[in-house]
Design a protein. Structure first.
Ligand SMILES: [Zn+2]
Lengths: 235, 337
């Protein structure tokens, strides 16, 4: 089974081609270059580098979010259009799972972090149980301060991963002290193959219905809901 | 037998997710449009983030439907044409990336198309073009006079310096308390009223083909505001009629001058505001009897955003040898040339 994996959820772009349980090609570009510009050429060259054509693919796995709205949409659009037109299954996996690899040999909890601006983060809590990734707290959008406070109630060690940990590290250290660990720069980058590993095992659904998991509503919707509520309260 | 060219068009520049299959640039085999208007109504206008979200949800359904209605498989498509700009960047991205994915999956040539070139080429789905021709493009985002001397060549001889005509319609409609989108409501009210209120016409410098509608818009708002302060009630129908007359006077007068100066053989109406009844009637009155000029006014379904027009424009570009690579990007500020 040839699997193409696409992750464009944040600045880094990660593409993997996997053959059953082997990673046969992986491309990682960590630049601020537009994903719309570079994702298709990267997919083309990654496949070409292992002499595969789109017709050789048996499944597509995509990082479904959370992350940059636009970034996630580019990946999901490419993935679902490819899967639909090639008539192959498509599986969406949490973008945060792409950062869990370094936790495989860590004795404690795993906490991948994406900056969601204004002190907020997209994050989740995982642990590895005999090599299997287990979700402890599913993907969420929280104020980092509240999230760290919640984590301080646990007495396990926690490994934070992702490039955005840097911005919160001071805050994390102050609260969790020496229970908090972070990955070095090589462990901070998303690996599409980690998502692929998960996505190969999942049951695919209807391709048309795979949509980004933004976790939060668009700002206009939030405001609209608030105004609806105010109107109701004033009645 | 000459070979046919079958083009799949994709358009997502604003709030319509659209796909279409066109044969030889002139014949529509399918034209599917998923409108988001119901979703945006609650916000009083198109919200870009919401538009992008809907495009991702609709994109593959819409393309599948376009192929099904055309009774063609993807292998029978010769080229894919997609709107690369201008428009909302997040919205454009969905169409562009979907088009690239299909093109890559089946090694089909890809062509990026300018949205306005599409609007103009909607006319070729009705009638073969005869050059030189003049096109009056009026929509929510554009008000332009475009001269075409041959296929695929566009010369913008005049454009709006501030609001597009459609934008002015929407803003005036909002001031009158009409629901979004306001253009059709103004048009309807204008049919019932009389243009009895004095409003300005922005002719700009002598000889200019440019437009300006922000002064007119402000004047409508001031007229309403002043009446309110004096405790008077202004008839919305008369105000709508007066506003519409001012817009149409400027559009048609400048178009007439342009058509004469450039010896146009055809006048093509293009863009969403081409649905406006008042504008259609005035164009018919002004140019309908002209023996030297053919007036082409597309049906409503081809005036508003659709993908058949993108496929039609894309066909010409494809036949002229234009190709886009997989690095094709959304270009919200793309210039027509
Ligand atoms: Zn348009």
């Amino acid at each position: 089974m040839n699997v193409l994996v696409i992750d464009t959820s944040n600045y880094p772009l990660s593409i993997a081609v996997m053959n059953d349980k082997m990673v046969i090609a992986e491309t990682m570009i960590n630049s601020k270059k537009n994903h719309s510009l570079q994702a298709m050429p990267a997919i083309e060259s990654t496949l070409a580098s292992v002499d595969l054509s789109p017709k050789d693919l048996d499944r597509i796995v995509v990082a479904q979010g959370p992350g940059s709205y636009t970034g996630v949409r580019i990946g999901v659009t490419i993935a679902k259009t490819l899967a639909w037109t090639l008539k192959i299954p498509l599986v969406g996996v949490s973008s945060l799972a792409a950062l869990t690899g370094p936790g495989r040999y860590f004795d404690g909890l795993m906490c991948p972090v994406f900056d969601a601006r204004r002190g907020q983060a997209y994050t989740a809590l995982y642990r590895f149980d005999e090599g299997q990734l287990v979700e402890v707290i599913k993907d969420t959008n929280v104020l980092m301060e509240d999230w760290i406070a919640g984590l301080s109630d646990r007495d396990e060690k926690i490994l934070f991963t992702g490039q955005d940990v840097e911005g919160f590290w001071q805050q994390i250290k102050e609260r969790l002290g020496n229970r908090a660990f972070r990955t070095p720069i090589t462990g901070n980058l998303p690996r599409a193959s980690e998502i692929g590993l998960i996505g190969m095992e999942l049951e695919p659904g209807e391709v048309h219905d795979v949509v980004p998991n933004y976790i939060r509503l668009a700002e206009a919707e939030v405001k609209w809901l608030e105004s609806q509520k105010r109107e109701k309260d004033n009645e | 037998m000459t070979k046919e060219t079958i083009v799949l068009g994709i358009e997502t520049s604003c709030d319509e997710t659209a796909a279409s299959v066109v044969r030889n640039g002139t014949e529509i085999l399918s034209n599917v449009v998923a409108s988001q208007i119901e979703s945006h109504k609650r916000f009083g206008g198109v919200v870009p983030e919401i538009a992008s979200r809907h495009h991702v949800e609709q994109m593959t359904y819409v393309v599948e439907e376009a192929l099904n209605q055309a009774e063609l498989s993807i292998e029978e498509i010769d080229a894919i044409a997609v709107t690369e700009g201008p428009g909302l960047v997040g919205a454009l991205l969905i169409g562009v990336n979907a088009a690239k994915a299909i093109a890559f999956a089946h090694s089909i040539p890809l062509v990026g198309v300018h949205h306005i070139a599409g609007h103009i080429y909607a006319n070729r789905l009705l009638k073969e073009m005869d050059f030189p021709l003049m096109s009056l493009v009026v929509s929510g985002g554009h008000t332009e006079l475009v001269l075409m001397k041959e296929h695929g060549s566009f010369e913008v001889i005049g454009e709006t310096r501030d609001d597009a005509a459609g934008e002015a319609y929407d803003k005036v409609a909002r001031t009158l308390g009409l629901p979004y989108p306001g253009g059709p409501h103004i048009d309807r009210l204008a049919q019932e009223g009389t243009p009895s209120i004095k409003l300005p016409r922005a002719w700009l410098e002598e000889g200019s083909y440019d437009f300006s509608f922000s002064g007119l818009k402000s004047s409508v708002i001031n007229t309403l505001h002043n009446a309110e302060q004096r405790g008077e009630v202004i008839d919305a129908k008369d105000l709508a009629a007066s506003f519409q007359e001012s817009v149409i006077d400027v559009l048609v007068t400048k178009t007439k001058r342009a058509v004469e100066e450039y010896h146009a053989k055809q006048l093509l109406l293009a863009g969403g505001v081409a649905a406006n009844k008042g504008l259609r009637e005035r164009l018919q009155e002004t140019f309908g009897e002209d023996k030297n000029l053919e007036l082409i006014v597309p049906p409503l379904s081809l005036c508003t955003d659709n993908a058949a027009m993108i496929a039609a424009a894309g066909t010409i570009l494809f036949e002229q040898g234009k190709r886009s690579g997989y690095a094709l990007n959304a270009n919200p500020g793309l210039v027509l040339q």
